[in-house]
Design a protein around this ligand. Structure first.
Ligand code: IVH
Length: 679
């Protein structure tokens, strides 16, 4: 293919991909399957990499992100981004309408829209091309988040259709679909639980709701990460002198023709009754939508009337937000039960008489800790109010005292572990109670063993939770060290086990002896030592002996290790039972130090050299490559400058990076070139 043919094909692919993107993400009517779409995208990326001269910041390939934003520049809004006044009931709606009628002298037509609970955005287009996207900020100026916004598939990078204004600004709401939010939080939860965090500690680190999550995502530095988070957007306003529309509704229709996603539920309303119908229609149904809404926006439809009504310092007089009250319902607290986590943390859980709330049946609610129960003075048999506000998890907000049984008595928090009956402890400054019987309490023991075999730890996937439970209940194993003394007979005796499954388990266990030290360290299940921390500790101390002898002060000196983590590491190694377990792992041949090969890798071959990594690699992950650069004396940076020595480029490396590197005559290395360099 010559250059001219390449350019032609690139254009063809871009047009086709833009079109299919629009069909899929805006119209929800795909004409080709994902596989074909991916193939076209791969072909485009390949050609763009090969012919860097045709790089285009608005190419559909940019949707996957790549660029890193170091600092979000402040940008002044052309016109202020106002917010809306809120109303909560019919009387306030009528009062709003009367104020409007008083100014206009007649009752106008309105448009009702769903109020999407996300993050407001302003996007500028010039000659039909996306130019800049800015957050609301303080309404006067916001942050330039263009690179991140470009990853939102349903937002057109180039407009389609006719009569596209030369300059135009659109405003709308960027949101995270509920399913995406839940998947993201589940993944985060898994990572946090690996570190042994309690439910409450986790709740502090998880995203509270989709809005929170969308806001956080929009401010990520890596647009590639933003792209993975699958944000979406609805546009609700078109601004710009060159947009000729007499009504708001008409302007939305025009925007729809230009390729924007406009909410399908938007309706014209002739009078207050129409508005009230719209409000009550969505009051319950909104919970079935794939995104969060927190109300309805009511807007005067005529643009001329909007101008006549004007605005106050804070909000327009021609629009108002009707906010729904957080959904709440009362039910009976049947019982309080207690869960014991892998680290011994006790979580009280309310068992409720099942009720329907905001589209889901609620049976249970976390009660967090003893303090929470005492503050609400919760008693068994109480009628309690359960609320689901902006956050996904329902919570008990108060007791209906009018229904309290006169003879009820305050709830007494348990003093002993519900599983092993050991007296509970409460550490200084912590709200949770703990069962300290780390090595003798069933859920703690099982939890630790299950964590040990986990994919990212020792990866013994032939052993499952149920098998571990059976082996434990039969007295064959007490701790993960016992996996290494299991015999064929121990396993074949288990219910439903035949020869093949038995040998699979034994092979899996034997194979785990080759798992590198950093993962073994993670598998030990030391509280607060997640995957990354384990890697750090393994690199720093090189073997378990050195780590177990490290003082509190030495640990605290290490980057990112705070007192809480240091204390947890010290406590773990001080425990004589853990000492025996580690000795037994060592005797079994588990890797308790980094291998010679890993130590040998250290060199000064890359001293003074600065690298930028881009793309996907075959033999190593990007993190591993970064690690190798550092281990050999080199430095990693995010963007290419004159100071960059090499661009390490894998598949799908960013075309802009490639172009910049060749402009600055910076050597571009493949993965093999790089590995040869350090060999
Ligand atoms: S109109 C002049 N329409 O709600 C104000 N806002 O304070 C123009 N929002 O953060 C806003 N859905 O981003 C409008 N259909 C909708 C909306 C909507 C969500 C957000 C908006 C702003 C807040 C209002």
């Amino acid at each position: 293919m010559n250059e001219e043919q390449a350019k032609k094909r690139i254009d063809e692919l871009r047009t086709a991909l833009n079109h299919h993107n629009y069909l899929y993400y805006v119209l929800n009517k795909p004409e080709i399957d994902d596989y074909l779409f991916d193939q076209l995208m791969q072909e485009l990326i390949r050609l763009e990499n090969q012919y860097g001269q045709y790089a285009d910041p608005l190419s559909p390939s940019q949707r996957v992100g790549g660029e890193v934003t170091k600092k979000f520049n402040a940008v002044k809004h052309v016109s202020r981004m106002l917010s809306l006044d809120n109303i909560y009931n019919t009387d306030e709606l009528i009062a709003f309408h009367e104020r409007v009628v008083k100014v206009l002298g007649i009752a106008p037509e309105y448009v009702c829209e769903l109020k999407i609970d996300g993050v407001a955005i302003s996007i500028h287009y010039e000659h039909g091309k996306l130019l800049q996207a800015v957050t609301r900020g303080d309404g006067i100026q916001g942050d330039d988040v263009t690179t991140n916004v470009k990853t939102i598939r349903s937002l057109p990078l180039r407009l389609r259709g006719n009569n596209i204004p030369e300059k135009m600004e659109v405003r709308g709401e960027i949101y995270m679909p509920i399913t995406v939010f839940e998947a993201l939080n589940n993944q985060l939860r898994e990572e946090l639980s690996d570190k042994g965090l309690t439910e409450d500690e986790m709740a502090d680190e998880l995203f509270k709701n989709p809005r929170n999550s969308a806001a956080g995502t929009l401010k990520l530095q890596s647009s590639k990460e933003v792209s993975k988070r699958k944000l979406d957007a609805y546009l609700y306003a078109v601004l710009g002198a060159s947009v000729h529309a007499e009504t708001h509704y008409e302007s939305l229709n025009m925007a729809r023709c230009w390729g924007f996603r406009i909410n399908e539920q938007t309706r014209k309303c002739k009078n207050i009754q129409d508005i009230l119908d719209f409000i009550s229609y969505w009051e319950e149904r909104r919970h079935q939508l794939p995104y969060d809404t927190d109300g309805i926006v009511i807007k005067v439809n005529s643009v001329a009337y909007q101008k006549q009504l004007g605005e106050t310092a804070k909000s327009p007089r021609w629009a108002i937000a009707y906010k729904y009250k957080p959904a709440q319902v009362s039910t009976i607290l049947l019982d309080i039960s207690f869960q014991v986590g892998r680290t011994g943390a006790i979580t009280p859980v309310a068992n409720l008489k099942p009720v329907l709330l905001a589209g889901t049946t609620v049976k249970r609610a976390s009660l967090h800790n003893a303090g929470f129960i005492a503050d609400l003075d919760l008693r068994i048999g109480d009628t309690v109010w359960v609320e689901k506000g902006g956050d996904i998890i329902p919570k008990i907000t108060k007791v209906d005292m009018s229904k309290r049984d006169l003879f009820s008595s305050p709830f007494l928090f348990i003093t002993h572990c519900p599983e092993c009956h050991t007296a509970l402890i409460q550490r200084d400054g912590e709200a949770n109670h703990y069962c300290p019987n780390e090595t003798g309490c069933r859920p703690q023991i099982l939890g630790k063993m299950i964590h040990f075999i986990y994919r990212k730890a020792m990866n013994i996937d032939s052993l499952g939770e149920k098998t571990i439970e059976q082996l434990y209940d039969k007295g064959k194993i007490q701790s993960y060290a016992d996996f290494y003394s299991l015999t064929y007979d121990d396993i074949i005796q288990l219910e439903g086990f035949k020869e093949k499954a038995t040998t699979n388990i034994l092979t899996g266990i034997a194979h785990s002896k080759t798992v590198p030290f950093q993962r073994v360290l993670f598998a030990l299940g030391i509280r607060y030592v997640g995957e990354t921390m384990a890697r750090k500790l393994a690199q720093y101390f090189k073997n378990i002996q050195a780590l177990s002898e490290a003082s509190f002060e030495t640990l605290c000196e290490i980057d990112e290790i705070g007192e809480k983590i240091a204390e947890s590491i010290i406590l773990f190694f001080k425990n004589p039972i853990n000492q025996v377990i580690i000795k037994r792992l060592e005797n079994a041949g588990v890797q308790l130090s980094i291998t010679e090969e890993e130590t040998r890798l250290h060199s000064h071959k890359l001293d003074g050299k600065t690298f930028v990594i881009s793309g996907v690699f075959n033999q190593h992950s990007r993190d591993e490559l970064k690690d190798l650069i550092v281990k050999n004396g080199g430095k990693n940076t995010g963007s290419i400058s004159k100071k960059t020595s090499f661009l390490l480029a894998g598949e799908n490396a960013g075309p802009e990076k490639l172009k910049k590197a060749s402009d600055l005559s910076i050597a571009i290395l493949s993965e093999d070139d790089f590995l040869n360099m350090i060999r």
